[in-house]
Design a protein around this ligand. Structure first.
Ligand SMILES: Cc1cc2nc3c(=O)[nH]c(=O)nc-3n(C[C@H](O)[C@H](O)[C@H](O)COP(=O)(O)OP(=O)(O)OC[C@H]3O[C@@H](n4cnc5c(N)ncnc54)[C@H](O)[C@@H]3O)c2cc1C
Length: 390
């Protein structure tokens, strides 16, 4: 269901193309549940890791459906780009979320009533059938339909009165497509923090209509008062993309931020490597998906460079990278641009240790991110220019 190789992702895209036009626009909010043919592409885990890129997906959809019919699907793709660009300009929002997550966890641990509600929410035992079904689907499948995510987040915040940061973390640990930008900012949007004062209130009628497998008899919150506003600060702008030097001895370092780097123009490569395992604390399912995708990305890049793909010890990333650089006499280490999140933190640590990292930014991201300083409405105006490049 969720492609973990580039070949599988391209096949899934091709199979979805006939449904990417008007059928998608009219049916995309309907969620028929696991085991049925879904109304959306289910490509998000592949797009998150750039097994296929937003530009490739948009190009194929426009070529087969035409721009007018594909408009809604393309707009959804652009939501992802927009969130990533927005967070890229306000990295402090991610840092603050991580701090607040730790504080929220401590607060819930100290108080019996929220502790019980939190445990019930994680186990899918709240008595709210739709919420419980989604909690189990999230853990078992590593994915939820967008409408389910919106309503899950709303019930978490306004009915169960749990900190949004803990819900975002539950999603982040399990979603195969877990993305610091799309996840954190969508939770903030539901809570009324992203568009100040504007919340998303789960509506039982709409849930029963879009997810007919649930009866939803338990009462839900009838009001959604926005959480106290926080100030994301002014956008910091986007740093110019880095350029590699064609004349330098180059190694390619593959991360889960971009797993199809061989489709870009690269300098001559003398070595290709990835880490020995996925870091962080993902669920076993998410970890397995990411491991397979990483192995696939490494194998393709190594084949492209005609070298043996190597693995660098994840327990000692800086020492392992230094040793690899020394072993091959590398003068630069080219890697995919990693937007705000764990992959970017890893690259920053390597840079701070003196590794000559050069990040290759996709043209799509380079053009789009600077446009994401305000709301999506303003960003939308730039979409035609973006599409002209694919
Ligand atoms: C609370 C919450 C948390 C979310 N967390 C994530 C996340 O961690 N990672 C993630 O990729 N998406 C996230 N989303 C967005 C969206 O739910 C998923 O991208 C979508 O459900 C993926 O299914 P699909 O591939 O079938 O999407 P399709 O409808 O087929 O859309 C195609 C692609 O467009 C992008 N996309 C579609 N809708 C959105 C959206 N609303 N916001 C951003 N991108 C979108 C995805 O890359 C998706 O694969 C979240 C939404 C909410 C409400």
């Amino acid at each position: 269901m969720f492609p973990d190789t580039r070949t599988a992702a391209l096949e899934q895209l091709e199979a979805f193309l006939p449904r990417a036009g008007r059928a998608y626009a009219s049916r995309r909010n309907h969620d028929t549940g696991p085991g049925t043919e879904r109304t959306t592409s289910m490509l998000s885990p592949a797009i998150r890791r750039k097994l296929i890129t937003e530009a490739e997906v948009c190009a194929r959809v426009m070529a087969t459906q035409g721009h007018a019919a594909a408009e809604k699907f393309i707009q959804e793709i652009c939501w992802r780009t927009y969130w990533v660009g927005w967070l890229q300009q306000r990295p402090g929002v991610w840092a603050r979320y991580r701090e607040e997550l730790a504080a929220s966890q401590e607060r819930v641990d100290l108080d019996r009533a929220p502790q019980r509600r939190y445990a019930a929410a994680l186990a899918g035992e709240t008595g709210i059938d739709a919420f419980d079904g989604w909690a189990k689907e999230l853990v078992e499948a590593g994915w939820l339909h967008n409408h389910a995510r919106m309503n899950f987040a709303s019930i978490w915040i306004f009915t169960l009165q749990l900190p949004w940061q803990l819900g975002a973390d539950f999603f982040y640990r399990h979603l195969l497509d877990a993305c610091p930008a799309s996840n954190t900012l969508s939770w903030r949007w539901v809570a009324g923090l992203q568009t100040a004062g504007k919340t998303y209130l789960a509506n039982p009628e709409s849930i029963r209509k879009m997810h007919p497998r649930f009866r939803l008899e338990a009462p839900l919150a009838r009001t959604a008062i926005a959480l106290p506003a926080d100030d994301p600060g002014p956008p910091r702008g986007i740093r110019p993309a880095q350029q590699f030097d064609d004349g330098k001895r180059t190694g390619l370092f593959i991360t889960t931020a971009d797993l199809s780097l061989e489709t870009e123009i690269l300098p001559k490569l003398v070595a290709v490597a990835a880490t020995s395992r996925i870091g962080g604390a993902p669920s076993p399912l998410k970890c397995a998906h990411a491991e397979t995708a990483l192995a696939d990305g490494l194998a393709r890049a190594a084949a492209h460079a005609q070298v043996e793909g190597e693995r660098l010890d994840e327990e000692n990333p800086i020492e392992a990278m230094r040793a690899w650089v020394a072993q091959h006499g590398l003068e630069q280490v080219v890697t995919g641009e990693a937007p705000v999140g764990p992959e970017a933190e890893r690259l920053a640590a390597l840079e701070a240790a003196g590794i000559p990292i050069v990040r290759v930014r996709r043209q799509w991201d380079d053009l789009a991110w600077p446009q994401a300083s305000k709301g999506f409405f303003a960003f939308k105006a730039a979409i035609p220019r973006l599409l002209a490049t694919v």
